[in-house]
Design a binder for this molecule. Sequence first.
Ligand SMILES: *Cc1c(COP(=O)(O)O)cnc(C)c1O
Length: 443
Amino acid sequence: MLETTALNCSRSAQLFSEAQNFFPGGVNSPVRTFSGVKGEPKFIARGQGAKVFDADGNAYTDYVQSWGPLALGHAHPKVVDAICKAATLGTSFGAPTESETMLAALIQKHFPAMERMRFVSSGTESTMSAIRLARCSTKRDKLVKFAGCYHGHSDALLAKAGSGVLTLSIPGSAGVTEGAIKDTIVLEYNDADALKQVFETEGDTIAAVILEPIAGNMGFVRPSKDFLGTLQSVCQHHGALLVFDEIITGFRVALGGAQSLWGIKPDLVCLGKVIGGGLPLAAYGGRKDIMQQVAPLGPMYQAGTLSGNPVATAAGSSTVAALSEPGVFEHMCALTAKISKGLADAAKGCSIDMQVDYEGSMFGFFFMKQRNSAHGERRLDNLHAIQANMDSDAYARFFHSMMTKGHYFAPSAYEAAFISAAHTEEDVNNTLNAARDTMRALF
Ligand SMILES: *Cc1c(COP(=O)(O)O)cnc(C)c1O
Protein backbone atom coordinates (compact mmCIF):
# COMPACT_ATOMS: atom_id res chain seq x y z
CA MET A 1 0.00 0.00 0.00
CA LEU A 2 2.87 2.34 0.69
CA GLU A 3 5.28 0.95 -1.86
CA THR A 4 7.67 3.31 -3.57
CA THR A 5 6.22 2.41 -6.97
CA ALA A 6 7.95 5.21 -8.82
CA LEU A 7 11.30 3.49 -8.35
CA ASN A 8 12.52 0.35 -10.05
CA CYS A 9 13.40 -1.89 -7.13
CA SER A 10 13.35 -5.28 -8.85
CA ARG A 11 16.95 -6.21 -7.94
CA SER A 12 16.42 -5.22 -4.29
CA ALA A 13 13.24 -7.32 -4.22
CA GLN A 14 15.08 -10.32 -5.63
CA LEU A 15 17.99 -9.94 -3.19
CA PHE A 16 15.58 -9.57 -0.26
CA SER A 17 13.80 -12.74 -1.27
CA GLU A 18 17.13 -14.65 -1.46
CA ALA A 19 18.31 -13.24 1.87
CA GLN A 20 15.25 -14.69 3.57
CA ASN A 21 16.60 -18.15 2.87
CA PHE A 22 19.51 -17.37 5.17
CA PHE A 23 18.60 -14.67 7.69
CA PRO A 24 15.52 -14.34 9.92
CA GLY A 25 13.41 -11.76 8.10
CA GLY A 26 16.16 -11.46 5.51
CA VAL A 27 18.24 -9.11 7.65
CA ASN A 28 20.99 -9.04 10.25
CA SER A 29 19.42 -6.29 12.37
CA PRO A 30 15.64 -5.97 12.72
CA VAL A 31 14.84 -2.36 11.72
CA ARG A 32 16.50 -2.90 8.34
CA THR A 33 13.37 -4.73 7.16
CA PHE A 34 11.37 -1.49 6.81
CA SER A 35 8.62 -3.15 8.85
CA GLY A 36 8.21 0.12 10.77
CA VAL A 37 7.09 1.86 7.57
CA LYS A 38 5.48 -1.12 5.81
CA GLY A 39 7.72 -1.74 2.87
CA GLU A 40 10.70 -3.74 1.66
CA PRO A 41 14.29 -2.69 2.24
CA LYS A 42 16.50 -1.38 -0.51
CA PHE A 43 19.70 -3.37 -0.80
CA ILE A 44 22.59 -0.93 -0.83
CA ALA A 45 25.36 -1.48 -3.34
CA ARG A 46 27.64 1.42 -2.44
CA GLY A 47 27.93 4.80 -0.78
CA GLN A 48 29.87 7.92 -1.66
CA GLY A 49 29.87 11.01 0.54
CA ALA A 50 26.28 11.94 1.39
CA LYS A 51 24.82 9.50 -1.16
CA VAL A 52 23.96 5.82 -1.17
CA PHE A 53 23.15 3.80 -4.28
CA ASP A 54 20.88 0.78 -4.17
CA ALA A 55 21.20 -2.48 -6.10
CA ASP A 56 18.94 -1.10 -8.86
CA GLY A 57 21.12 1.99 -9.28
CA ASN A 58 18.77 4.44 -7.53
CA ALA A 59 20.64 7.22 -5.71
CA TYR A 60 19.58 8.70 -2.36
CA THR A 61 20.83 11.51 -0.17
CA ASP A 62 21.44 9.59 3.03
CA TYR A 63 20.28 10.89 6.42
CA VAL A 64 20.78 7.49 8.10
CA GLN A 65 24.56 7.31 7.69
CA SER A 66 24.66 3.72 8.93
CA TRP A 67 22.49 4.85 11.91
CA GLY A 68 25.05 7.41 13.02
CA PRO A 69 28.65 6.20 12.67
CA LEU A 70 29.53 7.85 9.35
CA ALA A 71 30.19 11.40 10.50
CA LEU A 72 32.32 12.08 7.42
CA GLY A 73 29.91 10.40 5.00
CA HIS A 74 30.46 7.23 2.99
CA ALA A 75 33.89 6.10 1.83
CA HIS A 76 35.71 9.26 2.89
CA PRO A 77 39.13 9.14 1.16
CA LYS A 78 41.06 9.70 4.42
CA VAL A 79 39.20 6.90 6.17
CA VAL A 80 39.48 4.49 3.24
CA ASP A 81 43.19 5.25 3.04
CA ALA A 82 43.68 4.67 6.78
CA ILE A 83 41.78 1.37 6.58
CA CYS A 84 43.80 0.15 3.58
CA LYS A 85 47.13 1.10 5.16
CA ALA A 86 46.20 -0.63 8.42
CA ALA A 87 44.89 -3.74 6.67
CA THR A 88 48.11 -4.07 4.67
CA LEU A 89 50.03 -4.31 7.95
CA GLY A 90 47.79 -7.08 9.28
CA THR A 91 44.18 -7.09 10.41
CA SER A 92 44.39 -8.40 13.96
CA PHE A 93 47.09 -9.48 16.39
CA GLY A 94 45.51 -10.05 19.77
CA ALA A 95 48.33 -7.90 21.13
CA PRO A 96 48.50 -4.19 21.95
CA THR A 97 49.12 -1.72 19.12
CA GLU A 98 50.10 1.95 18.93
CA SER A 99 46.93 2.59 16.93
CA GLU A 100 44.77 1.97 20.04
CA THR A 101 46.67 4.58 22.04
CA MET A 102 46.39 7.11 19.24
CA LEU A 103 42.60 6.80 19.12
CA ALA A 104 42.29 6.84 22.92
CA ALA A 105 44.26 10.11 23.07
CA LEU A 106 42.01 11.69 20.42
CA ILE A 107 38.91 10.58 22.30
CA GLN A 108 40.13 11.73 25.70
CA LYS A 109 40.83 15.21 24.34
CA HIS A 110 37.09 15.60 23.78
CA PHE A 111 35.92 13.37 26.65
CA PRO A 112 38.11 14.25 29.66
CA ALA A 113 35.69 12.26 31.87
CA MET A 114 37.19 9.13 30.29
CA GLU A 115 40.32 9.13 32.43
CA ARG A 116 40.76 5.47 31.50
CA MET A 117 38.93 3.57 28.79
CA ARG A 118 38.54 0.11 27.30
CA PHE A 119 37.82 -0.58 23.62
CA VAL A 120 35.20 -3.18 22.69
CA SER A 121 33.58 -4.11 19.38
CA SER A 122 29.98 -2.90 19.76
CA GLY A 123 27.85 -0.48 21.72
CA THR A 124 26.05 -3.43 23.26
CA GLU A 125 29.30 -4.65 24.79
CA SER A 126 30.14 -1.16 25.97
CA THR A 127 26.95 -0.58 27.99
CA MET A 128 26.83 -4.17 29.23
CA SER A 129 30.38 -3.82 30.56
CA ALA A 130 29.77 -0.36 32.06
CA ILE A 131 26.81 -1.76 34.01
CA ARG A 132 28.82 -4.75 35.21
CA LEU A 133 31.53 -2.35 36.32
CA ALA A 134 29.05 -0.08 38.12
CA ARG A 135 27.71 -3.09 40.00
CA CYS A 136 31.22 -4.27 40.85
CA SER A 137 32.28 -0.83 41.99
CA THR A 138 29.21 -0.01 44.14
CA LYS A 139 28.54 -3.60 45.29
CA ARG A 140 24.88 -2.94 44.49
CA ASP A 141 22.60 -4.69 41.99
CA LYS A 142 19.92 -2.29 40.82
CA LEU A 143 19.95 -0.24 37.69
CA VAL A 144 17.75 2.67 36.63
CA LYS A 145 17.09 3.20 32.93
CA PHE A 146 14.55 5.26 30.99
CA ALA A 147 11.82 4.05 28.66
CA GLY A 148 12.72 4.66 25.03
CA CYS A 149 16.46 4.86 25.64
CA TYR A 150 18.30 2.10 23.79
CA HIS A 151 21.49 0.72 25.30
CA GLY A 152 22.13 -2.27 23.05
CA HIS A 153 20.61 -5.73 23.30
CA SER A 154 22.08 -7.22 26.47
CA ASP A 155 19.37 -8.84 28.61
CA ALA A 156 19.25 -6.42 31.53
CA LEU A 157 19.03 -3.38 29.24
CA LEU A 158 16.30 -4.54 26.87
CA ALA A 159 13.46 -3.64 29.24
CA LYS A 160 11.40 -0.94 27.48
CA ALA A 161 14.22 -0.19 25.07
CA GLY A 162 14.06 2.22 22.13
CA SER A 163 15.08 1.86 18.47
CA GLY A 164 14.05 -1.43 16.85
CA VAL A 165 12.42 -2.73 20.03
CA LEU A 166 10.02 0.21 19.76
CA THR A 167 9.62 0.09 15.99
CA LEU A 168 8.58 -3.56 16.12
CA SER A 169 6.38 -3.07 19.22
CA ILE A 170 8.23 -5.73 21.20
CA PRO A 171 7.89 -5.26 24.98
CA GLY A 172 11.54 -5.84 25.81
CA SER A 173 12.28 -9.25 24.35
CA ALA A 174 11.16 -12.83 24.65
CA GLY A 175 13.96 -15.02 25.96
CA VAL A 176 14.99 -12.53 28.63
CA THR A 177 14.46 -14.11 32.04
CA GLU A 178 12.68 -12.45 34.93
CA GLY A 179 15.95 -12.75 36.80
CA ALA A 180 17.85 -10.79 34.15
CA ILE A 181 15.57 -7.75 34.42
CA LYS A 182 14.48 -7.96 38.05
CA ASP A 183 17.13 -5.41 38.98
CA THR A 184 16.27 -3.03 36.13
CA ILE A 185 14.01 -0.14 37.14
CA VAL A 186 12.45 1.62 34.14
CA LEU A 187 11.28 5.23 34.49
CA GLU A 188 9.93 7.77 32.00
CA TYR A 189 12.54 10.11 30.51
CA ASN A 190 12.35 13.64 31.93
CA ASP A 191 10.34 12.49 34.97
CA ALA A 192 12.40 14.07 37.76
CA ASP A 193 9.77 13.31 40.40
CA ALA A 194 9.70 9.58 39.67
CA LEU A 195 13.50 9.55 39.80
CA LYS A 196 13.52 11.27 43.19
CA GLN A 197 10.89 8.89 44.50
CA VAL A 198 12.74 5.74 43.42
CA PHE A 199 15.90 6.99 45.09
CA GLU A 200 14.02 7.85 48.27
CA THR A 201 12.70 4.30 48.59
CA GLU A 202 15.58 2.22 47.25
CA GLY A 203 18.51 4.58 46.73
CA ASP A 204 20.93 2.50 48.75
CA THR A 205 20.49 -0.48 46.40
CA ILE A 206 20.95 1.37 43.10
CA ALA A 207 24.33 0.86 41.41
CA ALA A 208 23.81 3.19 38.48
CA VAL A 209 21.52 5.33 36.39
CA ILE A 210 22.12 4.95 32.66
CA LEU A 211 20.69 7.26 30.05
CA GLU A 212 21.13 8.80 26.65
CA PRO A 213 21.88 12.42 27.65
CA ILE A 214 20.03 13.43 24.48
CA ALA A 215 17.84 10.53 23.45
CA GLY A 216 18.22 9.43 19.83
CA ASN A 217 16.45 6.09 19.84
CA MET A 218 12.85 7.22 20.38
CA GLY A 219 13.24 10.03 17.89
CA PHE A 220 15.14 13.08 19.11
CA VAL A 221 14.32 13.92 22.74
CA ARG A 222 16.11 16.47 24.87
CA PRO A 223 16.35 16.31 28.68
CA SER A 224 14.98 19.17 30.75
CA LYS A 225 17.30 21.17 33.04
CA ASP A 226 15.27 20.04 36.02
CA PHE A 227 15.67 16.38 35.04
CA LEU A 228 19.44 16.69 34.56
CA GLY A 229 19.82 18.50 37.87
CA THR A 230 17.85 15.84 39.73
CA LEU A 231 19.82 13.10 38.02
CA GLN A 232 23.11 14.51 39.24
CA SER A 233 21.96 15.27 42.75
CA VAL A 234 20.29 11.91 43.46
CA CYS A 235 23.27 9.96 42.11
CA GLN A 236 25.70 12.01 44.18
CA HIS A 237 23.58 11.90 47.31
CA HIS A 238 22.94 8.14 47.19
CA GLY A 239 26.32 7.01 45.84
CA ALA A 240 24.95 5.66 42.55
CA LEU A 241 27.08 6.01 39.44
CA LEU A 242 25.91 8.23 36.60
CA VAL A 243 26.45 6.50 33.25
CA PHE A 244 26.08 8.55 30.08
CA ASP A 245 25.46 6.39 27.04
CA GLU A 246 26.83 8.72 24.37
CA ILE A 247 27.11 6.02 21.72
CA ILE A 248 24.88 8.02 19.41
CA THR A 249 25.54 11.54 20.76
CA GLY A 250 29.34 11.36 21.09
CA PHE A 251 31.01 13.44 18.34
CA ARG A 252 27.44 14.20 17.13
CA VAL A 253 25.56 16.69 19.32
CA ALA A 254 28.97 18.24 20.00
CA LEU A 255 32.47 16.85 19.53
CA GLY A 256 32.58 16.28 23.30
CA GLY A 257 29.05 14.84 23.37
CA ALA A 258 26.08 16.00 25.43
CA GLN A 259 28.24 16.04 28.57
CA SER A 260 30.22 18.94 27.12
CA LEU A 261 26.96 20.80 26.40
CA TRP A 262 25.44 20.14 29.82
CA GLY A 263 28.72 20.66 31.72
CA ILE A 264 28.28 17.33 33.48
CA LYS A 265 31.09 14.89 34.22
CA PRO A 266 29.54 11.43 34.38
CA ASP A 267 31.23 8.62 36.33
CA LEU A 268 31.16 6.33 33.30
CA VAL A 269 30.77 7.05 29.59
CA CYS A 270 29.86 4.75 26.71
CA LEU A 271 30.92 5.61 23.16
CA GLY A 272 30.51 3.77 19.87
CA LYS A 273 29.29 4.56 16.37
CA VAL A 274 31.41 7.61 15.24
CA ILE A 275 34.58 6.51 17.09
CA GLY A 276 34.76 3.42 14.84
CA GLY A 277 34.43 5.44 11.63
CA GLY A 278 32.09 2.80 10.17
CA LEU A 279 33.95 -0.23 11.52
CA PRO A 280 32.95 -2.24 14.61
CA LEU A 281 34.39 -0.36 17.58
CA ALA A 282 33.05 1.08 20.81
CA ALA A 283 34.44 2.06 24.21
CA TYR A 284 33.53 2.48 27.83
CA GLY A 285 35.52 4.57 30.23
CA GLY A 286 35.39 6.99 33.10
CA ARG A 287 36.84 7.75 36.51
CA LYS A 288 40.27 6.24 36.95
CA ASP A 289 39.49 4.72 40.35
CA ILE A 290 36.47 2.91 38.89
CA MET A 291 38.17 1.81 35.68
CA GLN A 292 41.03 0.32 37.70
CA GLN A 293 38.60 -2.33 38.85
CA VAL A 294 38.57 -3.77 35.32
CA ALA A 295 40.77 -6.83 34.69
CA PRO A 296 43.77 -7.17 34.63
CA LEU A 297 44.02 -4.50 37.37
CA GLY A 298 40.84 -5.41 39.21
CA PRO A 299 38.16 -8.06 39.75
CA MET A 300 35.72 -7.10 36.97
CA TYR A 301 36.32 -9.39 34.00
CA GLN A 302 35.77 -8.19 30.45
CA ALA A 303 37.68 -9.18 27.31
CA GLY A 304 37.50 -9.38 23.51
CA THR A 305 39.39 -11.18 20.73
CA LEU A 306 38.96 -8.27 18.33
CA SER A 307 38.81 -5.44 20.90
CA GLY A 308 40.82 -2.40 19.79
CA ASN A 309 41.19 -3.96 16.36
CA PRO A 310 43.94 -2.15 14.37
CA VAL A 311 41.82 -1.58 11.26
CA ALA A 312 38.89 -0.27 13.31
CA THR A 313 41.08 2.01 15.44
CA ALA A 314 42.70 3.39 12.26
CA ALA A 315 39.25 4.15 10.81
CA GLY A 316 38.22 5.73 14.11
CA SER A 317 41.33 7.88 14.45
CA SER A 318 41.10 9.20 10.90
CA THR A 319 37.41 9.99 11.41
CA VAL A 320 37.83 11.79 14.74
CA ALA A 321 40.90 13.68 13.45
CA ALA A 322 39.12 14.88 10.30
CA LEU A 323 36.02 15.87 12.30
CA SER A 324 38.16 18.01 14.61
CA GLU A 325 39.68 20.00 11.75
CA PRO A 326 38.63 23.67 11.71
CA GLY A 327 35.25 24.27 10.07
CA VAL A 328 34.24 20.64 9.58
CA PHE A 329 31.93 20.21 12.55
CA GLU A 330 30.69 23.79 12.15
CA HIS A 331 29.63 22.98 8.58
CA MET A 332 27.65 19.97 9.82
CA CYS A 333 25.99 22.04 12.56
CA ALA A 334 24.98 24.79 10.12
CA LEU A 335 23.40 22.29 7.71
CA THR A 336 21.63 20.49 10.55
CA ALA A 337 20.12 23.78 11.75
CA LYS A 338 19.12 24.60 8.18
CA ILE A 339 17.36 21.30 7.49
CA SER A 340 15.63 21.31 10.88
CA LYS A 341 14.31 24.85 10.51
CA GLY A 342 13.39 24.14 6.88
CA LEU A 343 11.37 21.06 7.86
CA ALA A 344 9.59 22.98 10.61
CA ASP A 345 8.76 25.80 8.16
CA ALA A 346 7.54 23.36 5.53
CA ALA A 347 5.23 21.73 8.06
CA LYS A 348 3.95 25.07 9.25
CA GLY A 349 3.26 26.10 5.65
CA CYS A 350 1.01 23.06 5.27
CA SER A 351 -0.57 23.43 8.75
CA ILE A 352 1.01 20.16 9.80
CA ASP A 353 1.63 19.79 13.51
CA MET A 354 5.27 18.71 13.71
CA GLN A 355 7.85 18.81 16.50
CA VAL A 356 11.41 19.34 15.24
CA ASP A 357 14.57 19.50 17.30
CA TYR A 358 18.29 19.29 16.64
CA GLU A 359 21.70 19.61 18.24
CA GLY A 360 25.08 19.47 16.53
CA SER A 361 24.77 17.16 13.52
CA MET A 362 21.77 15.18 14.76
CA PHE A 363 18.10 16.05 14.33
CA GLY A 364 14.67 14.54 14.62
CA PHE A 365 11.02 15.28 13.92
CA PHE A 366 7.68 13.92 15.06
CA PHE A 367 4.49 14.13 13.05
CA MET A 368 1.80 14.71 15.66
CA LYS A 369 -1.63 13.13 15.66
CA GLN A 370 -4.56 15.47 15.04
CA ARG A 371 -5.65 17.23 18.19
CA ASN A 372 -9.07 16.35 19.54
CA SER A 373 -9.26 19.52 21.55
CA ALA A 374 -7.06 22.51 22.20
CA HIS A 375 -4.79 21.65 25.11
CA GLY A 376 -2.13 24.21 24.41
CA GLU A 377 1.28 23.16 23.16
CA ARG A 378 2.11 19.48 23.42
CA ARG A 379 5.75 18.67 23.92
CA LEU A 380 6.76 15.08 23.28
CA ASP A 381 9.54 14.65 25.81
CA ASN A 382 9.12 11.06 26.95
CA LEU A 383 8.13 7.72 25.45
CA HIS A 384 4.63 7.76 26.88
CA ALA A 385 3.86 11.13 25.28
CA ILE A 386 5.44 10.06 22.00
CA GLN A 387 3.44 6.85 21.76
CA ALA A 388 0.22 8.68 22.59
CA ASN A 389 0.69 11.64 20.25
CA MET A 390 3.03 10.68 17.44
CA ASP A 391 1.54 9.79 14.06
CA SER A 392 3.72 6.97 12.73
CA ASP A 393 1.46 6.47 9.68
CA ALA A 394 2.15 10.05 8.66
CA TYR A 395 5.86 9.33 9.05
CA ALA A 396 5.54 6.23 6.86
CA ARG A 397 3.86 8.28 4.10
CA PHE A 398 6.55 10.94 4.38
CA PHE A 399 9.29 8.30 4.35
CA HIS A 400 8.09 6.55 1.18
CA SER A 401 7.49 9.77 -0.70
CA MET A 402 10.94 11.06 0.24
CA MET A 403 12.57 7.80 -0.78
CA THR A 404 10.86 7.96 -4.18
CA LYS A 405 12.30 11.45 -4.59
CA GLY A 406 15.81 10.26 -3.67
CA HIS A 407 16.09 11.07 0.05
CA TYR A 408 16.79 8.32 2.53
CA PHE A 409 15.55 8.73 6.11
CA ALA A 410 15.43 5.99 8.76
CA PRO A 411 12.69 3.41 8.08
CA SER A 412 11.13 4.13 11.49
CA ALA A 413 9.51 7.14 13.14
CA TYR A 414 11.45 6.39 16.34
CA GLU A 415 14.90 7.33 15.04
CA ALA A 416 17.07 10.42 14.78
CA ALA A 417 18.59 11.64 11.51
CA PHE A 418 22.16 12.65 10.75
CA ILE A 419 24.10 15.15 8.66
CA SER A 420 27.61 14.17 7.61
CA ALA A 421 30.54 16.38 6.73
CA ALA A 422 29.94 15.35 3.10
CA HIS A 423 26.42 16.81 2.92
CA THR A 424 26.24 20.08 0.99
CA GLU A 425 23.95 23.08 1.04
CA GLU A 426 22.58 21.81 -2.28
CA ASP A 427 21.78 18.38 -0.77
CA VAL A 428 19.82 20.02 2.01
CA ASN A 429 18.01 22.42 -0.35
CA ASN A 430 16.98 19.51 -2.57
CA THR A 431 15.76 17.53 0.42
CA LEU A 432 13.77 20.49 1.70
CA ASN A 433 12.16 21.00 -1.73
CA ALA A 434 11.18 17.33 -1.75
CA ALA A 435 9.84 17.59 1.80
CA ARG A 436 7.70 20.61 0.86
CA ASP A 437 6.30 18.80 -2.19
CA THR A 438 5.66 15.70 -0.09
CA MET A 439 3.83 17.59 2.63
CA ARG A 440 1.70 19.51 0.12
CA ALA A 441 0.75 16.33 -1.73
CA LEU A 442 0.21 13.95 1.15
CA PHE A 443 -1.23 15.92 4.03
C1 LIG B 1 23.50 2.21 18.75
C2 LIG B 1 23.39 2.36 20.19
C3 LIG B 1 23.75 1.33 21.08
C4 LIG B 1 24.13 -0.04 20.61
O1 LIG B 1 25.29 -0.06 19.84
P1 LIG B 1 25.57 -1.35 18.92
O2 LIG B 1 26.92 -1.08 18.36
O3 LIG B 1 24.46 -1.38 17.90
O4 LIG B 1 25.54 -2.55 19.79
C5 LIG B 1 23.72 1.60 22.44
N1 LIG B 1 23.34 2.80 22.90
C6 LIG B 1 22.98 3.80 22.08
C7 LIG B 1 22.59 5.12 22.66
C8 LIG B 1 22.96 3.62 20.71
O5 LIG B 1 22.55 4.61 19.91
